[in-house]
Design a protein around this ligand. Structure first.
Ligand SMILES: NC(=O)c1ccc[n+]([C@@H]2O[C@H](COP(=O)([O-])OP(=O)(O)OC[C@H]3O[C@@H](n4cnc5c(N)ncnc54)[C@H](OP(=O)(O)O)[C@@H]3O)[C@@H](O)[C@H]2O)c1
Length: 283
């Protein structure tokens, strides 16, 4: 049987439709800082700006040269923190060489009220309390949950296995699944007998960063698979999952491209709207 396609373009369009009237009323503004000219970053920023245009959200792309110093970048962050017209902003990662070691202090410098990427300790910490405290959750984990919810995939009581434990994807999505009453197992590079664990998953989230690493022999018959990975290869884009190989085995699967990617972008915009709602409450 053909598995259900967890189509991120469809689910993201539904979320953008929901956001449009809110944007009209609240008039939030999203700012993205890019340092240098990483082509993948430029392409992600283009998609984010395009999605802003779809919902008529104001956006600004601040492009700084690749030799920008940490002092200059911190000064820009300070300016944006104090600019009342800016609802939310983020620094597109990865950063060029001289700044890459500074990522933790850069993330820390962004006001928690404007941290629409949800990477800061305040917003991550709140998620640990309960679902109700997921104020500005990181965009990719939030997008994964919305993708499952859009296609009515039940989470409660299911065994969810997350492969990957990064602070931006693996760990927060595991917490969000737990907040929705899944039983969660997190795997990583030191996990022994990985396939024995992935084969137990009702819901498998692949956030490994290795092209097509999750193969058919690693999944249970009827599992729901969400592929977070994105890789540019000579044959085009692919994910962390062997998409073709899994077709005859799984009940639902997200494609790459067109799966988690559009959900990440629309969830970022959702966070910008939420941030504006909170800022107005506090004023
Ligand atoms: N579509 C989107 O919007 C979107 C957004 C963000 C990321 N991504 C993609 O998602 C993927 C993951 O991103 P990330 O930022 O979480 O990557 P990351 O920071 O590199 O983390 C990768 C994780 O996978 C684990 N891992 C690596 N090799 C493994 C193996 N052989 N077996 C089991 N676990 C293994 C690592 O374990 P250790 O912790 O032990 O090293 C780590 O926890 C990447 O392809 C990235 O490009 C897509």
């Amino acid at each position: 049987m053909t598995p259900l396609l967890l189509d991120g373009k469809v689910a993201a369009a539904a979320l953008l439709d929901f956001l449009k009237p809110l944007v009209e009323t609240l008039d939030p503004k999203l700012v993205v800082i890019q340092v240098g000219d990483d082509p993948a970053s430029s392409s992600y920023i283009k998609q984010k700006v395009k999605s802003c245009e779809k919902v008529s959200m104001r956006s600004e792309h601040i492009h700084m040269p690749s030799d920008t110093t940490i002092e200059t970048l911190m000064q820009k962050i300070d300016e944006l923190n104090n600019d009342e017209d800016v609802t939310g902003f983020f620094v597109q990662l990865p950063l060029p060489g001289q700044l890459s070691g500074h990522e933790p202090e850069i993330i820390k410098a962004i006001s928690p009220m404007k941290d629409v990427d949800g990477f800061g300790a305040y917003n991550l910490g709140k998620m640990f309390l309960s679902k109700e405290f997921e104020h500005l959750p990181p965009a990719t984990p939030s997008g994964i949950i919305r993708l499952l919810e859009h296609f009515d995939i039940e989470i409660e009581g299911k065994h969810a296995v997350v492969v990957g434990r990064s602070n931006t994807v693996g760990k927060p999505v595991a917490v969000m699944l737990l907040n929705r009453n899944a039983t969660v197992t997190i795997c990583h590079s030191r996990t022994k007998n990985l396939s024995e664990i992935t084969k137990q998953a009702d819901i498998l989230i692949a956030a490994v960063g290795k092209p097509k690493m999750i193969t058919a022999d690693m999944v249970k018959e009827g599992a729901v698979v969400v592929d977070v990975g994105i890789h540019r290869t000579d044959d085009g884009l692919c994910g962390d999952v062997d998409y073709e190989g899994l077709q005859s085995k799984v009940s639902a699967i997200s494609p790459v491209p067109g799966g988690v990617g559009p959900m990440t972008v629309s969830s970022l915009l959702r966070n910008c709207v939420t941030a504006k709602e909170r800022q107005m409450e506090l004023r």
